[in-house]
Design a protein around this ligand. Structure first.
Ligand code: HPA
Length: 234
């Protein structure tokens, strides 16, 4: 076991889905995986391994924000040999053509977080998706007619910002949506020589202040999960 994950060696699959919410991990395991086995409950961050179409896949919560996903991604890559990590989360749209319930594929992640600034001594690193995973997921979503949007996103350290217009600068420079974890996942995957992808469904709009209902979130989430699972095993 590692410091924050109770799994024994070999209990976590090479491919893992990473929702922020541990109860999402439980939901995915119980509804989409065959023979799911819970391998960790430390801090209520639940993790499961099961079979999807006969292939081993794990799914584990990461908590919210860069420090939290950083701890789990570190241990998954370093201590459990995870090869492919696919984050599935929600994001706020900062572009008019990115609408509620849209599926966004994060090609890269800008960030206002201090983590990479500290790590790279003030130099600017460009956290980037695995091209292979990105292409696979994009093609799967296209084939199903789900009009995926691929582009740069922003991983922010603050959900409740002091300046309500802060997002506009990111939008001006081409970013599609705001979330809070992707930059760190991409950076750590690169550090350990692994593959990572972040899939997002748009849960709210910073432009119009609309929000999806719980039911809409569930439907959109199910689509994203299907893309993530198919990508994980391909
Ligand atoms: N900001 C940051 N993270 C988010 C948001 C947001 O508006 N919506 C969903 N995740």
């Amino acid at each position: 076991m590692s410091i924050h994950i109770a799994a024994k060696p070999g209990e976590i699959a090479e491919a893992i889905l990473l929702p922020g919410d541990p109860l999402r991990a439980k939901f995915i395991a119980e509804n989409f995986l065959e023979k799911p086995v819970c391998y960790t409950q430390v801090r209520n961050i639940l993790g499961y391994t099961g079979l999807y179409k006969g292939r081993r896949v794990s799914v584990q919560g990461t908590g919210m924000g860069i420090p939290s996903i950083s701890i789990y991604a570190h241990e998954l890559f370093r201590d459990y040999g995870v090869q492919r990590a696919i984050r599935i989360g929600t994001a706020g749209s900062i572009r008019e053509n990115v609408r509620l319930r849209d599926l966004v594929l994060a090609v890269s992640a800008c960030t206002d977080s201090g983590v990479n600034s500290i790590r790279f001594g003030g130099k600017s690193y460009a956290p980037t998706a695995s091209f292979t995973l990105l292409k696979t997921a994009y093609d799967i979503a296209l084939t199903r007619g789900w009009d995926p949007k691929a582009g740069p996103i922003v991983s922010s350290d603050t959900f409740y910002t002091e300046d309500p217009d802060e997002w506009k600068l990111w939008a001006k420079f081409g970013c599609l949506a705001l979330e809070m974890e992707c930059a760190e996942l991409y950076t750590l995957a690169a550090k350990y020589g692994r593959e990572a992808l972040c899939l997002l469904t748009i849960s709210d709009s910073l432009i119009t202040h609309e929000q999806t209902s719980a039911e809409e979130r569930q439907t959109a989430f199910t689509r994203m999960m299907e893309v993530a699972l198919e990508t994980a095993i391909s």
